[in-house]
Design a protein around this ligand. Sequence first.
Ligand code: FNR
Length: 411
Amino acid sequence: PDAQDMLMLQDFELWAEKVLSRTAWAYYRSASDEGKAFDENRNAFGRYFFRPRILTGDMNQGSTETTFMGIETSLPVFISPAAMAKLGHPLGELNLTKAAGDCGIAQAISANASCAVEELFEARKDETQPLIFQVRLPPMLLPFATLKSWRLTISKIYLNKDRSASEALLRKVEKLGARAIMFTVDTSWDSKRTLDEQTKRLANSAIMAAKPTNSDTAPAQGLPVGKAISGYQDHNLSWSDIAFIRKNTTLPIIVKGVQCVEDVQLAVEHGVDGVLLVRDSNRYAPDRDAYQLTRHKSNHGGRQADYAPAPIDILYELRVLRPDIFSKIDVMIDGGVRSGADVVKALALGAKAVGLGRPFLYANGTHGQEGVTRAIQILHEEITNTMRNIGAKKVSDLKPEMVGPAGPWVG
Ligand code: FNR
């Protein structure tokens, strides 16, 4: 079928499973362990319903335009950073950049993108097209390490080289015109991406064809895609790494993968400009009039800690517990967003914008640039319909009281 025949984002997923290579499908669709966090990402959206307003005037007038992180966008939606787009389509992230430019939305470029960052900046419609760059930090040289053997000496020098490469990369993307830096914090430890691991033996040649160009570490051989490309990630990240990024960029910093209200507060205290809530473990306990606060790792679209609850739930919790925080920091979510209604729910609760990962990879894999453009059109249509049917002409008309957990209101 043509891209125009796709009616919902899920249609792209159905086709992607049929037409993508086994390696690409397994890497994209993969979730960690039993995939419960992945399922919950999606299911949680189904627990929130609207409280529409009626008789709100002329719905012919209106707009889906908004601003997040100082970036003007035609839709409150951005392309989340997702690695290895060339696994799905030979032109890789280039198609995403061109479609985002045509449709007026922002794209976050993965640190493991399979196109060179220069190529993507070059492909922009014009210099105002917003691109965000996602960084992962490799380990840093420990200043007081004792160099006991030549072996240790070599490895420490190598690690140090990697951090200076991060400094150079941060400066390079700022010069190229990036609009923000996204610092991914939920992958400082490995996860078992089940489908990807099961498919690993088929992966080598495909990985080499789509390998990341923005890191000088070659993908390891004989591993599942996820593990092959993540060898250079630091296992020892802390809030002081924000200072490292701040020292090397003047761009706004978004921390991606914040998991609980306490860490949103810490992000504010560390001078972060935005947070992307990918996962949280905090849950409303219906039998008590209180929230149970615990900490877990986030799930990166269901790809890190399994059994972590959904981003829309932490957003709701943040709205209930810390309504003041939305004026201090820009809050975004991603994970499981598959329709315009999902986007509108998040916006009403206070998110400034919403990211999608897999749907754009699937659309790129099945129909290339045209598919990505169609996916964005679908979101545009669904967001417009949802907003106007609940009485909102523009994004600023969306209010927290317009959405809530399903079921009777209990006060
Ligand atoms: C990702 N994600 C991701 N995040 C990141 O910060 N850097 C990266 O390189 C990647 N790579 C990546 C690859 C693939 C195949 C997927 C599916 C995801 C996570 C991504 O940015 C986002 O958080 C999730 O994709 C959101 O969930 P949905 O929209 O895929 O459900």
